[in-house]
Write a protein that binds this ligand. Structure first.
Ligand SMILES: *[C@@H]1O[C@H](CO)[C@@H](O)[C@H](O)[C@H]1NC(C)=O
Ligand SMILES: *[C@@H]1O[C@H](CO)[C@@H](O)[C@H](O)[C@H]1NC(C)=O
Ligand SMILES: *[C@@H]1O[C@H](CO)[C@@H](O)[C@H](O)[C@H]1NC(C)=O
Ligand SMILES: *[C@@H]1O[C@H](CO)[C@@H](O)[C@H](O)[C@H]1NC(C)=O
Ligand SMILES: *[C@@H]1O[C@H](CO)[C@@H](O)[C@H](O)[C@H]1NC(C)=O
Length: 596
């Protein structure tokens, strides 16, 4: 009788090894990894696995095609052997308390549906998205204990994907720019994660209909411009992020019925193309920095959330002042920068920072947008401010790469754009050059008026003017730098500066200005005043701060830096020399310096 046992044992081994040729062993592993055991399952033998509850096999009755174990209160893990189920088309284990590492499903090309959501999984294996070429739906949301993970660029291999649901599952980092590879994608739900960065440009012209990227911990940022080119969009949840800039033109997005934009940093005027979306039902705009008039939606829009901190000019139904609208158009040229939305609040442009009006508070006389790091374009609406004072000299170099006037720091002509070394400040007539992304950037309006009054302090024991306290008057009422001061377009450091004054008593040797109407480069003034170092401050006048400066030849000068927005078309300024000799120069402004 004892001889029967080895035989039976061998037979069992034979059966077992037969089973390993099909998917039985893997399902047996699964049975031993989860509790409670689903009804009809065995942890000992897999001979009937194809008829177990939730398991489907192909016609050969050896290969598993689907596993359906959703909402069975299962705990335990998914065994790594699941990666061998090469005929698997559908894996549904959602709504359990399964935990531990997810098995690799990479290269299971038959897999079409993966439902892992609402579990307690702790990690995603590397290469998880590789080779899932048949995958249509991946749902992995509500796995709050996953170790933080990024959406990999491997996602691009899931070329059949129509639905990706990955909300509240510890995603961080940026959304990979792979949507050009996912032409079938319709539903993308990435809400309640820690995603950062921008909406990927490849969203444009994708087939996405439902886009949920709301409620990120730190927040997605940048513009939402791309939304305007996803024409099938129907539901768009962007709320609770850090998006900036204006709402794009939504004319082409006729299917949008639900647009949630609240709790961002969006700016600008709410476009008419949003208000007139034909299918719009729900919209939220609250807690942004929207400007202009409060949008008035038709009655077909049922839910409008538009409270909280926006920057509308006035209450609902009230129009904005014409000056306000003009200045908003100017802000629009720069893409409605947040700083301007913060500063330009309300319906009285004459009370706004950076804007100065005339005494009647009717006309804007100056707009000072210097050094705001704005990009974009200079709005033609500047022309509507017909009372702007002072002539403006447009200096297009250096620093405007799209005007090809950026400083050429390379020696071998390796600058981006055309290979021609010359910098031309006019319109670039080389029609073959392409401007990336259609953006024209780098234009900054700086309306900084420097009024320069020079006073000469006579050193070296000149006794020719014994009446040192006497007020001298500049010849002809004009004071100018010599031409070569500003003549050179480059290398300001090497400008052979020689300043001369022209005194009324004909002493040409010491203080001679030679004629010529010259704009004085800021670089030069920085140079001689040690970059307007406060150590060189010698006084504060009604229009600005006066700095001491020294020319290469030792001549001392005083420079008044006018920082306010006051502009003087033609005027005279008085400056008193610091040596005790009171000098009085008339200065006639010929051209303002406007760095652009
Ligand atoms: C999820 O897993 C964590 C450990 O990773 C455990 O502490 C927690 O109790 C689990 N939650 C559930 C609902 O099973
Ligand atoms: C998937 O298959 C490709 C090509 O056969 C291979 O390079 C890759 O390593 C596989 N991925 C995984 C995670 O096994
Ligand atoms: C969010 O992600 C950033 C990295 O992008 C990380 O520094 C930060 O700690 C994360 N925040 C949380 C709450 O996990
Ligand atoms: C609109 O929002 C309300 C709640 O504010 C919600 O009950 C309703 O289902 C939403 N309608 C649509 C079409 O999204
Ligand atoms: C040239 O273009 C490249 C890529 O577009 C960029 O990384 C680089 O900074 C540019 N160089 C200059 C001098 O603008």
């Amino acid at each position: 009788m004892g001889h029967h046992h080895p035989f039976l044992f061998s037979l069992f081994l034979l059966l077992f090894s037969t089973a390993t040729a099909d998917d039985g062993a893997t399902i047996l592993k699964l049975a031993n990894s989860i509790t409670p055991l689903p009804s009809g399952w065995s942890t000992k033998s897999s001979t009937t696995f194809c008829s177990w509850h939730g398991i489907n096999c192909d016609s050969s009755k050896s290969r598993v095609t689907s596993i359906s174990l959703s909402k069975l209160s299962l705990s335990g893990t998914l065994p790594p052997e699941i990666s061998t189920l090469s005929e698997l088309q559908s894996l549904s284990v959602q709504g359990n308390q399964l935990s531990g590492d997810l098995p690799s499903l990479a290269n299971l090309t038959n897999l079409q549906y993966i439902f892992l959501d609402s579990n307690n999984f702790t990690s995603i294996p590397p290469g998880f998205f590789q080779g899932l070429t048949g995958l249509q739906t991946l749902s992995i949301g509500n796995n709050v204990n996953l170790s933080p993970w990024k959406l990999p660029t491997d996602l691009a291999q899931c070329t059949s994907l129509t639905t990706l649901t990955a909300n509240d599952c510890q995603l961080f980092g940026s959304i990979p720019d792979v949507f050009g590879s996912l032409p079938s994608l319709q539903n993308l739900r990435l809400s309640y994660n820690n995603l950062t960065g921008v909406l990927p440009p490849s969203f444009a012209n994708s087939g996405i209909q439902n886009l949920w990227v709301n409620n990120q911990q730190i927040g997605l940022s940048g513009s939402i411009e791309v939304i305007g080119s996803i024409t099938q969009l129907s539901q768009v949840w962007l709320h609770v992020n850090q998006f900036t800039g204006p709402i794009p033109d939504l004319t082409e997005c006729k299917s949008i019925f639900d647009l949630q934009l609240r709790d961002n940093q969006l700016t600008g005027i709410v476009p008419a193309s949003l208000v007139s979306l034909p299918n719009l039902v729900n919209v939220s705009l609250s807690n942004n920095k929207f400007q202009g008039p409060v949008p008035q939606f038709p009655p077909s829009v049922i839910t409008v959330k538009n409270e909280g901190i926006n920057k509308y000019c006035a209450g609902p139904g009230a129009p904005c002042d014409a000056l306000v609208m003009t200045l908003l158009e100017i802000a629009g040229g720069f893409g409605y920068p947040s700083t301007l939305s913060d500063k330009w609040d309300g319906n009285d442009a004459c009370g706004w920072p950076l804007v100065t009006c005339d005494a009647g508070k009717k006309n804007v006389v100056t707009v000072n947008l210097a050094k705001q790091q704005f990009t974009g374009s200079i709005s033609p609406s500047f022309a509507k401010l017909s009372s702007l004072k002072s002539s403006v000299k447009l200096i297009t170099k250096p620093g405007n790469p799209f005007l090809r006037t950026d400083v050429d720091t390379s020696s071998g002509g390796t600058t981006n754009g055309t290979s021609s070394g010359g910098t031309t400040s006019g319109g670039s007539s080389a029609g073959s050059t392409k401007i990336p992304g259609g953006m024209i950037a780098g234009i900054i309006v700086a309306v900084v008026i420097f009024i320069v009054v020079l006073s000469f302090i006579l050193y070296k024991y000149k006794k020719r003017h014994p009446k040192s306290g006497k007020e001298l008057k500049q010849d002809g009422g004009k004071a100018f730098f010599k031409n070569e001061v500003a003549g050179g377009g480059n290398g300001y450091n090497k400008v052979p500066i020689a300043l001369h004054g022209q005194s009324s008593d004909g002493d040409n040797s010491k203080n001679i200005f030679e004629g010529g109407n010259v704009a004085v480069p800021i670089e030069f003034l920085r140079q001689v005043t040690d970059n307007f170092h406060e150590i060189n401050i010698i006084g504060r006048g009604g229009f600005g701060v006066v700095y001491r400066g020294e020319l290469h030849d030792g001549t001392k000068i005083a420079v008044k830096r006018m920082e306010s927005t006051v502009m003087i078309n033609k005027g005279t300024l008085h400056l008193h020399g610091s040596s005790g000799s009171q000098l009085h120069w008339m200065w006639q402004e010929e051209s303002s310096i406007c760095t652009v």
